[in-house]
Design a protein. Structure first.
Length: 250
């Protein structure tokens, strides 16, 4: 009997002459890889449902013992075509799927997977429909730091709890006060940037629209959040290098 599952297409890799391997985030199974035969042919019926960032429904015969499933057919639920037409949106979406793939790689809890599936759909919809990519990046990076359990300490100095802060230390994990800064020689930041950094850790789905409309998010903040996440997870974000290379933000 054929199985159906809703998927978020994460990536596509050429395989043999006209085939491709499609990596997806499945609502029912988590990370999966599909063999899509003939997908590289122009007249392939499955071509459009396998585009990265597309939300689709896949039909297949599930084989538990196989790491690669064979795609039979499917239908598009949401194309996210604007992402493919805009380099900035495409880079942001690429970072989104890289982060979620890294986070759920070994995840088996069904409820956790569903939560991340719905959150990824939410992020892709924001990327598709909104113009402020820096705000989306700040929300995305802060959210994933929270999921990883490495959110920076932003209520006071991470070392002594003083509220008279003037610095941020990636290594120590958050805000640093005037006195501790002189000891560890962490970079000094403006009051405005410290407020921006603190605010980035207060964003959630409920207040995200307000955050979008608050003010433009600085490139400096995004760079700091990327460095913070990479330092505390050991993950190197290849998509971030793509964003920087093409000067989308920097």
């Amino acid at each position: 009997m054929n199985d159906l599952t809703q998927v978020i297409v994460l990536s596509q890799m050429d395989y043999k002459e006209n085939d491709a391997l499609i990596k997806v985030f499945s609502y029912d199974y988590g990370l999966m890889t599909f063999l899509a035969k003939g997908i590289r042919k122009i007249n392939s019926k499955n071509r459009s449902i396998c585009m990265p960032y597309t939300i689709s429904e896949f039909m297949f015969n599930y084989h538990e013992s196989s790491q690669i499933q064979s795609l039979l057919q499917g239908q598009i639920i949401q194309t996210h075509h604007r992402i493919h037409e805009d380099l900035s949106k495409s880079g942001t979406a690429s970072l989104c799927v890289e982060l979620v793939e890294s986070l759920i790689h070994d995840e088996n809890d069904k409820n956790v997977l569903i939560e991340h599936f719905e959150f990824t759909k939410f992020l892709l919809n924001q990327i598709e429909n909104k113009s402020k990519m820096n705000a989306i990046l700040a929300f995305m990076l802060s959210s994933y730091m929270n999921y990883y359990g490495i959110s920076p300490h932003v209520d006071s100095c991470v070392l002594c709890e003083s509220t008279k802060v003037n610095s941020i230390s990636i290594e120590e994990g958050g805000l640093i006060c005037n006195e501790c800064q002189m000891e560890i020689h962490s970079p000094i930041y403006s009051i405005e940037f410290l407020k921006e950094f603190r605010l980035s850790q207060r964003i959630n789905k409920e207040n995200f629209e307000n955050y979008l409309n608050y003010k433009d998010v600085s490139n400096e903040l995004i760079l700091l959040l990327v460095k913070f996440l990479e330092y505390h997870t050991g993950v190197t974000l290849k998509s971030w290098e793509f964003i920087r290379k093409w000067s989308i933000m920097m």
